[in-house]
Design a protein around this ligand. Structure first.
Ligand code: R5P
Length: 286
């Protein structure tokens, strides 16, 4: 097996190759002066099972993925597996208002033109996997998050909404601590309202787990609710730290006590690795 790392996922791709004990090739990706993507895989042949690790977010990375798929195929890959650590567009998984596209389906179907298998990590809606028209698996980051926090003095695990309750349950069970979920109402793209927690969090070290932090609105509202309810500390761990509009700076300057995310998107706080979980999925039966 050969792992090819695209420009969005260098550290994760390299670590994945190390865990799998296989060859790693870093694609040399740059931008032309007009912004178009150029990429090249410096190898004579890829006559093997090839894994491309590359995000499809933001849009420029999607184009790089398309180009890598073509390059890998031309170089003789026997099979092509796409590892998409952060798959964008999963939130627009259906037409909400007439005139809209089915974005998730559109992107998945195009990615499936050149590949045999797909792996995503905590994709926002798992239903999207069926659009790839090839075997597709979603790897869960909960085990990596739980391993990281196992010895970190956490008293309870909460999700900010019922949609992420399963993640709080899995992390809570793995670290042997109680878990629950908060009730969230989205008021706008950047604002949410969080109801007071029904579980007693007074004097407790709370870990909030979520799949995505984008604007940070959800986590800021949840933290202030929990602090008002007497939580001793509030730490957040998310899978994908998207952090738009200086969200990471706003979060680190808030009353939050700690912020960690997985290395599906590489940034200053992406210290939880999902490489082992992806390697397991690659080695498992399909
Ligand atoms: C929502 O369903 C997701 O799980 C996240 O809670 C949401 O995307 C976070 O967004 P933001 O950081 O902008 O509040």
């Amino acid at each position: 097996m050969i792992v090819v790392g695209g420009s969005s996922s260098r550290d994760l791709a390299k670590e994945l190759a190390r865990v799998l004990g296989c060859t790693y090739i870093q694609a040399a990706s740059t931008r032309f002066p007009d912004g178009e993507c150029y990429t090249r895989i410096d190898s004579d042949t890829l006559d093997d099972d090839v894994v491309i690790v590359q995000n499809t977010y933001p849009d420029g990375n999607l184009v790089e993925m398309f180009l890598l798929q073509d390059a890998v195929k031309r170089m003789g890959a026997r099979t092509i597996t796409l590892v998409i650590p952060y798959f964008g567009y999963a939130r627009q998984d259906r037409v909400f208002k007439s005139g809209e596209p089915e974005s998730a389906k559109t992107i998945s179907q195009r990615l499936a033109f050149i590949c045999d298998r797909v792996i995503t990590v905590d994709i926002h809606k798992e239903d999207v996997l069926k659009y790839f028209n090839c075997p597709a698996k979603d790897v869960k980051a909960a085990s990596a998050i739980a391993s990281y926090f196992k010895d970190k003095n956490i008293d309870m695990v909460l999700s900010p909404d019922i949609g992420a309750a399963g993640r709080a349950k899995e992390v809570g069970e793995r670290i042997g601590k109680p878990y629950d979920h908060l009730e969230k109402t989205r008021l706008s793209g950047t604002e949410v309202r969080i109801q007071p927690a029904s579980s007693d969090c007074s004097g407790k070290n709370v870990l909030i787990v979520d799949d995505i932090i984008a604007t940070g609105g959800t986590i800021i509202a949840a933290t202030s609710q929990l602090k008002e309810a007497g939580a001793k500390s509030v730490t957040v761990a998310c899978t994908h730290g998207v952090f738009v509009n200086n969200a990471l700076e706003r979060l680190t300057g808030s009353s939050l006590d700690g912020i960690l995310c997985c290395n599906t998107l590489e940034n200053k706080v992406s210290h939880i690795s999902v490489a082992e979980a992806i390697a397991e999925a690659l080695k498992s039966k399909w």
